[in-house]
Design a protein around this ligand. Structure first.
Ligand SMILES: [Zn+2]
Ligand SMILES: [Zn+2]
Length: 209
């Protein structure tokens, strides 16, 4: 890749929430930019294996979990178990609250504007994701409610929020670079909080000795 160092877990403040890493804050900002309601670590889940797991994001309108995993953390057994557990298990027609059951996405470090482009930072560019279990997820925008979301290509193809049909909508893989990844931690309107270093120089320094 580039000569950028891999992302270290730097606790980062965004939208009144302290995230464990910059990448998580950037995912929150990306979701907010798309008008997606998110909750950060809202639930502690005990998986069937007995493992206790706190997924990063729950999207309550979309019935979707997002676990953010940087490049140095490729393994995602807990996330895969959550995905398997919460996926649709309906014998016939799906009667889940969300079409196809709850969806679980792995949020990755963003894709650069162009493959091999020099100098791009790992958190700029386009959203990058995978599924930890089951079929691939594609991004799609509902024509009725305009919500950006992820779906699999299993039928029925319905908006996870409003249930509108999505049959004629274009769907995109991450590598298609259609979903912009918004950086929360630099530039104008930055949500990054600099450490308090105190006042720099004062006029009365050394005034009385
Ligand atoms: Zn179902
Ligand atoms: Zn919709």
């Amino acid at each position: 890749m580039t000569d950028e160092p891999t992302i270290h877990a730097v606790p980062t403040q965004y939208a009144g929430t302290l995230f464990r890493s910059r990448l998580e804050a950037d995912w929150a900002h990306t979701l907010s930019t798309n008008g997606t309601t998110w909750q950060y670590e809202p639930e502690t889940i005990t998986l069937p294996s007995g493992t206790v797991y706190i997924p990063d994001f729950w999207l309550p309108e979309l019935g979707t979990w997002i676990e953010v995993k940087g490049p140095g953390i490729p393994r995602a057994e807990k996330t895969a178990e959550l995905a398997q557990t919460r996926a649709c298990h309906c014998a016939r027609e799906c009667t889940c609250r969300w079409p196809g059951g709850e969806l679980v996405i792995l949020g990755r470090t963003s894709l650069g504007p162009l493959p091999g482009a020099r100098g791009h930072r790992p958190t700029c560019g386009y959203a990058n994701w995978e599924t930890p279990y089951g079929p691939s997820a594609y991004s799609v925008t509902c024509p009725a409610c305009r919500r950006v979301q992820w779906i699999t290509l299993r039928r029925p193809w319905r908006c996870r929020a409003c249930r509108n049909g999505l049959e004629k909508q274009p769907v995109y893989r991450a590598v298609d670079r259609q979903l912009r990844f918004a950086e929360a931690t630099s530039g104008l309107g930055s949500a990054f909080t600099m450490p308090d270093l105190g006042s720099p120089f004062t006029d009365d320094t050394g005034a009385t000795q």
